[in-house]
Design a protein around this ligand. Structure first.
Ligand SMILES: C[S@@+](CC[C@H](N)C(=O)[O-])C[C@H]1O[C@@H](n2cnc3c(N)ncnc32)[C@H](O)[C@@H]1O
Length: 192
């Protein structure tokens, strides 16, 4: 089932909210990394720049065919053969990726969902030991131009708590991603 309040505004507007290169760099995506998972790729806003950075594939997941199509269009346009598209309900079915198979997982603008622990558990499962989880969400501020209603919008400390409860180690508890977002960097522990 599609997670609550996860519809997208028009693409041109969405892309004005982010400096994608700055976000990915600030949240620890590195060119030495191999495979990546993008949970809820939307328009491919972060899938496409991530595919240009890493050595491996970016596995992009979305429940909406339109979002998969929009991401596919860009992957074709920019000749990015390492973008792997999956139309899938990752809440009901997970990602289908093997355990311990990716270096980086993105949970961007999605953790206001009904059961965030489901995605955090799936991210933990698919990450290799030492793999990095990047979380981004809208600032806890009613003045942001978009974002989920304040009643369900998680504060940074709430996201960090869920992340720790899922079994991750927090690397950076708060990363400012101006103008409208914040981030968290977490890691899958070595002995897991
Ligand atoms: C708010 S958008 C964020 C898109 C992208 N992460 C970004 O930050 O640009 C959330 C995306 O998650 C997708 N989504 C929602 N529920 C889903 C589910 N159960 N399985 C897969 N995708 C889902 C939506 O279709 C939407 O494209």
């Amino acid at each position: 089932m599609k997670t609550r309040e996860s519809g997208m505004p028009e693409e041109g507007m969405w892309h004005t909210f982010f400096d994608t290169a700055q976000v990915l760099s600030a949240l620890g995506l590195q060119s030495v990394m191999s495979d990546v998972a993008d949970f809820g790729c939307g328009y491919g806003t972060f899938t496409i720049p991530a595919a240009r950075i890493v050595r491996g594939s970016v596995h992009a997941f979305d429940i909406e065919e339109d979002m998969i199509a929009a991401t596919r269009e860009k992957a074709v346009l920019f000749n990015l053969a390492n973008v792997r598209l999956n139309r899938r309900d990752f809440v009901a079915e997970g990602t289908g990726l093997p355990g311990a198979s990716v270096d980086y997982a993105m949970l961007f603008n999605i953790l206001h969902m009904e059961n965030p622990e489901i995605l955090l558990a799936e991210a933990l499962r698919i990450l290799r030991d030492g793999g990095i989880l990047g979380i981004m969400h809208w600032n806890y501020d009613p003045e942001t131009p978009r974002g989920p209603p304040m009643a369900i919008r998680p504060k940074p400390e709430q996201c960090a708590k869920w992340t720790e409860e899922a079994g991750f180690l927090i690397v950076k508890r708060f990363v400012a991603l101006p103008p409208y977002h914040y981030g968290i960097i977490a890691k899958k522990g070595q002995n897991r």
